[in-house]
Each structure stands twice: as C-alpha cells, then as structure tokens.
Design a protein around this ligand. Sequence first.
Ligand SMILES: Cc1cc2nc3c(=O)[nH]c(=O)nc-3n(C[C@H](O)[C@H](O)[C@H](O)COP(=O)(O)O)c2cc1C
Ligand SMILES: CCCCC(=O)C(=O)O
Length: 395
Amino acid sequence: MKDDQQSIPSYGLGRQMQVYMQGLQGQLPSLPVSPEVLEQQALAHLSQQAAGYLAGMDDTMQANLRAFQRWSILPRMLRDVSRRQLSTTILGMQLPIPLLLAPIGVQSIIHPEAELAVARAARATGVPMILSTAASRSIEAVAQELADTPRWFQLYWSKNPDLNASLVHRAEQAGYSAIVVTLDTRLLSWREQDIQNAYLPFLQGEGLANYFSDPVFRQALAQSPEKDPAMAIRYFIDIFLNPSLTWDQLAFLRQHTSLPIFLKGVLHPDDARQTIDAGMDGIIVSNHGGRQVGGSRAALDALPAVVEAAGGQVPVLFDSGIRRGSDVLKAIALGARAVLLGRPYIWGLALDGEAGVQQVLQNLLADLDLTLAVSGFSSISQLDASLLVNERPTA
Ligand SMILES: Cc1cc2nc3c(=O)[nH]c(=O)nc-3n(C[C@H](O)[C@H](O)[C@H](O)COP(=O)(O)O)c2cc1C
Ligand SMILES: CCCCC(=O)C(=O)O
C-alpha cells in the first residue's frame, strides 16, 4: 500500500456499517437521510419568518435542482474500486474531500449556537468552512471553534473601504486561508416570502457580529453598538449594500491581502474571463442558491462554459443545488474542482444543532464515496464529462 493510500478514510462503508449496527440495537438515524424529507422537517420546525428566509425564491432553486436531473451518470463495471481517493487540492491547499461549507449568514435565526455549532461539526468531519461576513458569530470566535480546520472568509464588500480592509485583516490574523468575494448580492433581490412576512433579520440586529466587533465599524458610530444598537443597525444598512461596486475596485483588495481571492457568483463566461484579467485566483460558479436573480440560469447549466472560459488558469468551484453524492460527482465531472454545500447543512442545524450538521455531512460524504465506487471510479481525479449523459427533456 502506498503512503498516500494509508490515510484514506472509509467514509462510505464506515458510515453505512455504523448506521446498520446501530439499527441492530434498535437505534435508527435521528434525522431524515433523504434531503427532501430533511428539508421539509427543518422548514416545519422553524418560525414562518426564518423558514421563508431560508427557502428564498423557490422557483429558481427548483431550476437548480432540475438541472442536475438532466444529467445522468453512466456507470462502469468491473473496475477495482476497493480503495478510493477523495482528496483534492485547490491552489496548493489540501482538502480531504472536494467539499466546503458554503457561506451562509445569520445562522442565529436557525439555531441558538449558530455558526459555532457548524464550526464544531466542520472540525469533527474535517470539512472546511467558509464564514459569511453576515455571520451571527465573529471571525475570531468561529476560528477558535475550528481549531486547525481549514477556513475561508466570505466578504460582503461594503461602502466603507477601511471596514473591508479591516475584516480581511481580521480574517488573516485568525487563520482564514482564502477570501471569497460574493458578487451577486450588491443589492438584495425581490424575495417574495420575506416581503410577505416583512422580514429582514439584519433589521432585528441578527447577523451583525462581525460589524459590531470591528474597530473601524465602531469608530464610525457616535455611541457603541451596545449602547445604541438602533443607530449601529442604521449605519450597517447605510453601508452594507454597494450597488456601485465594479471590477476595477478589486485592485483595492488585491493590495490589502496576500491571500488567494475567489469571486463567487460568476455565471457568464465573460465574467469568468474578467475574473482572471482582474488577477483573481479562483471562481465560484453560483446563483446564490437561486436567491438573487429570479429566473436565473441554473448554476449547473452555467458551469461548463465558465470552466471552458477559465481554461485551467484558475480553479472553478461550484454551488447551488448540491444535495446528494451524485450531485457532487456531476459538478466535478463538468469541471468543478470542488463544491460548496449550502442549505442541507442548515437543515441539519435547524433540527439538531452541531449533531445535526455532523449527521448531514457524514451522510453526504458516505453517499459521495459509495456513489463514486458503484459508478466504477476510485478517485475523483478520474472524473470527467465522459461519466455523464445529458438527457434532453422528454416533453
Ligand atoms: C439562508 C442563506 C443565507 C446565505 N447567506 C450567504 C452569505 O452570507 N454570503 C454568501 O456569499 N452566500 C450566502 N448564501 C448563499 C450560499 O453561499 C450558497 O451560494 C447557496 O446556499 C447555494 O445554494 P443551495 O443552498 O441551494 O445549494 C446564503 C444562502 C442561504 C440559503
Ligand atoms: C444580504 C444578504 C446576506 C445573506 C445572504 O446572502 C442571503 O440571504 O442570501
């Protein structure tokens, strides 16, 4: 056995056997294994406001899911799949599996332990975490829970340049190893459920931990956020959305950090080329889980052209619609280096905090490992478009 094979964890069989053995003792999995049932239970468990916020714009999210169904895996038989290699590298960073946790803000509306519970589950499973600027726990507090688990920081580019620089500096100090700039949320879109519920968590002070703890943000206020939270929230509303942001401003960030910078929310191949021209290090193909541009192209449908435009110059990651192991394989076969898991881990958080997130991750990793094997592959590096058949819509 080669050295690099000795450390391969048996995600699939290990988890499967654990579940069956517990079953012999009369113990069934405490959360639904099916992502669809998990989602239903999680949304039913939350307040109407939080459920509506999490669900977002349902039609575009459904389009993301349908895009996966149009691709089928064409499995290969009688190949040795007794050992599987799931690890990958992104810009020299080693990932045990081609999966990261997508940045999801305001987790305090989902569970009281919020991002801290997610960080503990990430640490337990070794899945890197991308922390949102709009988190309900600070950059530093989350880093502490993660210990040496890899972490990236997602930046919402506010109107205050010093604040942006300060957030990035704090992330560097706290051991985050990449910056993800989200491009598709310079304005908040028309979200029907939130409008119906007249609900925006930030107005209630949720998701502002990184702002309230930031020296530059605090300096801009006449009173501290603890003394006058209403004024701090007003200042946040003033600066948070930045619809005038353009490509040329990315140079500012380049000057303020030596960390690799990924742009998240790229769908058009021309934007992929601009990402490279702007000196950025990576692309995340995403339509924000269908939460921003109503009627947007499904993210998976946008992936191949972006991969082609990137031409191997920078790694291309993917999110929006990853639910099962087969979805991960499909996105990788279409050229993604790794994928980001979004809503499913939040459903686990809603139902059972840290343990819920851990269960969702363990199940997905097991599913991924076993689907790779039964498809006839022993390493994710072997996957390419020949794995897939594009099934045309039947009617
Ligand atoms: C409730 C919620 C909050 C989100 N917050 C952020 C955020 O703060 N920053 C960000 O870049 N993306 C955010 N996203 C988008 C995710 O990073 C990711 O792109 C999306 O969830 C992928 O779609 P999926 O969950 O359907 O797979 C959020 C998504 C959800 C569902
Ligand atoms: C301004 C939005 C911050 C959270 C977010 O990205 C989302 O709700 O989709």
